[in-house]
Design a binder for this molecule. Structure first.
Ligand code: IFM
Length: 437
């Protein structure tokens, strides 16, 4: 592996609902995922995040795993309903206490805490009032950012406002396969705008409480048109605008792109200035490129997603394409030029059906190959002048993968859910050695 610049941030990521469990302790309120997971047929194995990885009780053991890995940063998310059970009002001291202990434990282990404020677990009470379709949720989010940073702002080293607002809009509100399960197709645009507005308002709230840098973590997927025809190219451009530009152009001061569903009547005077508040870091979550062709006649969508041939595949059937990460990083640089802040790859990883062998070891050579390819792609992008300063593996632990329940394992550490026993996989040793070097 080639050398990375001194100070490059190596880390791993998780999110609250996927690992914490303990969903009813210390006054935590219900989130949209508690509700959604209980609806019949929503989660492939019928599971919920009620226990997940029991991290809320085992955070000290998990911090020791981070220390053993030698990473310089740990990206976790804060559960909004643990801080404000109904999404409004004063912060719950017991909820904040948990993150306080976690942050102090990380710092004692020499690991920078990187906190995401919203990784999809909206308090159910806010959803009952319209959720992200309701403009008021943006103001509630800023209030939550304020009360959280009031307690943790002196120690969190990087604040991330939102995780993958595109996925939350499209899977949660467009297609209904994630919570809250709304099927609005392109009428979901207010969810995009109100999340971005919430981000901008939260940036201002964080600035008042902390001197640490602020980021957002967006999901990106370079688009590959299925053919050379004009209609395939037009479909690919439409999908690219939706997936890759809708949540980045306005952040970087360019306003909304010409993407399907954009509705200017939702945007009020001054909103775009709030959204374009400067941030220090753009978080990039990358898993795979997307193949697109022109839609069949009568389709409600202006594009159709098609499988990409010629790549190895993960257990999620996602193509393994490290070249897509390099392409994406160069595309961001070319697209945004000087407006582009420093980039950190805030998620990169893969699911495989990992299981312990007869000796109890978990060998995951495919994950090592996956990570090796993606880390090299980042190195090449840096060599080409893209300002990438960090790389976080998704994920530290096998965890509760949303609509896929416990069926998809992304961790460097295997979790046996019935016993909650943690077993570092061979990829954990590989990443530890990489970080050491
Ligand atoms: O597990 C998710 C994570 O919550 C958000 N980004 C993609 C991961 C893998 O699907």
């Amino acid at each position: 592996m080639p050398d990375f610049p001194a100070g490059f941030r190596w880390g791993v990521s998780t999110s609250a609902y996927q690992i914490e469990g303990a969903t009813t302790v210390d006054g935590r309120g219900p989130s949209i995922w508690d509700t959604f997971a209980r609806e019949p047929g929503r989660i492939v194995d019928g599971s919920t995040g009620d226990e997940a990885c029991d991290h809320h009780h085992r955070y000290a053991e998990d911090t020791a795993l981070l220390a053993g890995l030698g990473v310089s940063a740990y990206r976790f998310s804060i559960s909004w309903p643990r801080i404000q059970p109904t999404g409004a009002g004063p912060a719950l001291t017991a909820g904040l206490d948990f993150y306080d202990r976690l942050v102090d434990g990380l710092l004692a282990a020499g690991v920078d805490p990187v906190a995401t404020l919203f990784h999809w677990d909206l308090p159910q009470a806010l959803e009952d009032a319209g959720g992200w379709l309701n403009r008021d949720t943006a103001a509630r989010f800023a209030e939550y950012a304020d009360v959280t940073a009031a307690r943790l702002g002196d120690r969190v080293k990087l604040w991330i406002t939102l995780n993958e607002p595109f996925i939350h809009m499209s899977l949660g509100h467009g297609m209904g396969v994630h919570a809250p399960g709304r099927v609005l197709l392109f009428d979901a645009f207010p969810v995009a705008h109100h999340q971005l507005l919430g981000h901008g308002l939260a940036v201002a709230a964080l600035r008042a409480r902390t001197a640490s840098p602020v980021a957002i973590a967006n999901n990106y997927s370079p688009v590959r048109p299925a053919g050379d025809s004009d209609v395939d190219r037009a479909a690919a451009a439409a999908y690219d605008a939706l997936h890759n530009r809708l949540f980045t152009d306005p952040l970087l001061g360019l306003g909304y792109p010409d993407a399907p569903g954009v509705d200017p009547t939702v945007v009020r005077d001054g909103d775009l200035d709030v959204i374009a508040a400067p941030i220090e870091v753009l978080g990039v979550n990358y898993y795979n490129p997307t193949g697109i062709r022109a839609p069949e006649e009568g389709s409600p969508l202006p594009f159709e997603i098609v499988p990409l041939d010629g790549y190895p595949r993960t257990a999620f059937d996602w193509p393994v394409a490290p070249d897509g990460l390099r392409e994406l990083l160069l595309q961001l640089r070319d697209r945004y030029g000087d407006a582009l802040p420093e980039i950190q790859v805030t998620e990169s990883g893969c699911a495989y059906d990992d299981a312990p062998d007869a000796q109890g070891r978990v060998d995951d050579p495919e994950r090592i190959a996956y990570l090796d390819g993606h880390v090299r792609a980042v190195h090449e992008a840096i060599g080409a002048g893209v300002p990438v300063t960090g790389y976080f593996v998704w994920s530290l632990l096998d965890n509760w993968e949303w609509a896929e329940g416990f069926t998809k394992r992304f961790g460097l550490v295997h979790v046996d859910y019935p016993t909650q026993r943690r077993t570092p996989k061979s990829s954990y040793a590989w990443f530890r050695d990489l970080v050491r070097r």
